[in-house]
Design a protein around this ligand. Structure first.
Ligand SMILES: [Zn+2]
Length: 232
């Protein structure tokens, strides 16, 4: 089991850790700041260094149920038990956090079921189950307003028992929580969005910065794909 430091503090850029195991081009550690591919958000990239060596991490993803730090082909590997330092490519991750938070804002403006989505540092998209046309200008304005109003963003863990005791809370959520793991991580953008989410977010919506609605694509009768871009 790897302690997922990024879940409680998404602003951590590096950490020390101990190598728990290695696979082909893959390193497992006891704790990490690297976010593994999931929920439409890409895995982190960065560096892994140890006494006498270093390797580029080109991706992070779940491998055999653990968080695998995928090293560049042909890279040196640390020994199991070695003390290592892990550092993420912060500029890339911070853009993912801005995009990810912006996606929640977009979902709070377009109140339709979300059928898919993808985040990248350059461009992101969210697919909605909707027939209506999207008023691009109005959505852009609403998005800018939510950013400028600087709503605080927070995450907290809640047990399934607590959820069952608070049906009101479940009713307020824009997406229903998954069951069966005992506890659920809730994302809250004060007054804007409340839903289960395991991704990395900003501390407040103002950090999203210059965001713009791009192309709106019609993907079938019941599906609209809305693209968003960061303007810096
Ligand atoms: Zn999220």
């Amino acid at each position: 089991m790897t302690t997922e430091l990024f879940r409680d503090d998404s602003y951590l850029k590096s950490c020390n850790a101990t190598v728990m195991g290695t696979g082909e081009q893959c390193v497992f550690v006891d704790q990490t700041v690297f976010y593994p591919l999931g929920g439409g958000q890409p895995g982190d990239t960065g560096t892994l260094s140890w006494d006498g060596g270093a390797a580029r991490i080109v991706d992070t993803r779940y491998v055999d149920g653990g968080i695998g730090h995928i090293v560049e082909e042909g890279a040196a590997m640390p020994d199991v038990g070695a003390a290592v330092e892990l550092t993420i490519d912060w500029d890339r991750r911070y853009r993912h956090m801005r995009m990810h938070t912006a996606m929640h804002l977009l979902g709070s403006i377009l109140l339709y079921p979300v059928t898919g989505g993808n985040i990248s540092a350059e461009k992101s998209r969210l697919d909605f189950d909707m027939e209506d046309t999207v008023d691009k200008e109005a959505v852009s304005e609403a998005l800018t307003r939510l950013v400028e109003d600087n709503h605080p963003v927070s995450c907290r863990w809640i047990t399934e028992d607590e959820l069952d005791a608070n049906p009101e809370l479940v009713r307020t959520m824009s997406v229903q929580p998954p069951r069966g793991k005992g506890s659920i991580r809730l994302l809250e953008i004060a007054g804007v969005d409340l839903q289960p989410c395991g991704g990395t977010h900003l501390r407040s919506t103002a950090e999203v910065g210059a965001v713009r609605i791009g192309k709106v694509e019609k993907k079938g009768r019941q599906n609209r794909r809305v693209n968003i871009h960061l303007d810096d």
